[in-house]
Design a protein around this ligand. Structure first.
Ligand SMILES: C[S@@+](CC[C@H](N)C(=O)[O-])C[C@H]1O[C@@H](n2cnc3c(N)ncnc32)[C@H](O)[C@@H]1O
Length: 235
């Protein structure tokens, strides 16, 4: 398989190579509740702060985004579990993993027989981790390291949104895009452990599981999490 991180490496003389950093400082391990999938996961000694852009802290005073991609989130884990247990939902379909983080949902979709998997993730280190994780699981995923929510609905049959309602501004960006996808005839599945910004009136419950949340080193208590279909606004 060709290098999945080619073209995603950050330029700059002093910058760390994210792919080398991830391989050296994270642990490739099965995801609790998803033993079929191995990911590069953070551990207490990973020192992920070293991976942030050297001048990130100085950019307009904005805090750099936390490395969400270094963990398996409960919303993604429940969605991945649901897909792996019901491959007929996915087999032969073109799928977008929206807010892919580590890529665990997209990897599950590929393992379940998706025809094509696209993973959209805005964090450039996340995009590198995603490529490494896809390679570690022997699946092909097309990575879009950009915010797709401004654009038109992609050419897919199904959007998988794992744990993307963790912040109000993120949820507010996602919903108009997801509505355009629904209007284009694309099905949408959401995985979530009941976070604050979940659009509950728009969701139809499909299944529930107990899955560990971020951290995932075996010590985290499982929490109830669910998979929903996003439905169009009535009227
Ligand atoms: C809580 S994490 C969940 C990651 C993964 N789906 C999981 O469940 O483990 C949410 C991810 O969405 C990404 N994200 C936020 N807004 C986004 C956008 N507009 N387009 C693509 N990714 C986005 C974040 O960078 C982050 O990695």
């Amino acid at each position: 398989m060709s290098d999945p991180t080619a073209g995603l490496r950050r330029e700059g003389a002093n910058a760390l190579d994210p792919a080398e950093f991830i391989k050296a400082n994270m642990r490739l391990a099965p995801v609790p509740s998803l033993p079929e999938i191995r990911l590069y996961l953070a551990h207490p000694g990973s020192g992920l702060r070293r991976l942030l852009e050297p001048d990130d802290d100085a950019k307009g005073g904005a805090e750099p985004q936390p490395p969400y991609w270094a963990y398996a989130w409960a919303g993604g884990a429940v969605l991945a579990r649901y897909i792996l247990d019901r491959p007929s939902i996915i087999a032969g379909k073109r799928v977008l993993d929206l807010g892919a983080g580590s890529g665990l949902v997209g990897i599950a979709a590929a393992k379940a027989g998706a025809r094509e998997v696209i993973a959209a993730e805005i964090d450039s280190n996340g995009a590198v981790a995603l490529g490494l994780n896809a390679q570690a699981n022997g699946v092909a995923i097309r990575i879009r390291n950009e915010d797709v929510t401004d654009g038109p609905p992609p050419a897919v049959d199904l959007v998988l949104a794992g744990d993307v309602f963790y912040a109000q501004d993120v949820g507010q960006r996602m919903m108009p895009f997801l509505d355009r996808c629904l209007a284009a005839g694309i099905d949408i599945l959401v995985g979530d452990p009941g976070r604050a910004w979940l659009p509950r009136p728009r969701l139809c419950l499909l299944g529930e599981y107990q899955v560990p949340d971020v951290g995932g080193n075996g010590g985290d208590e499982p929490r109830p999490s669910a998979v929903f279909a996003l439905v169009a606004e009535p009227g």
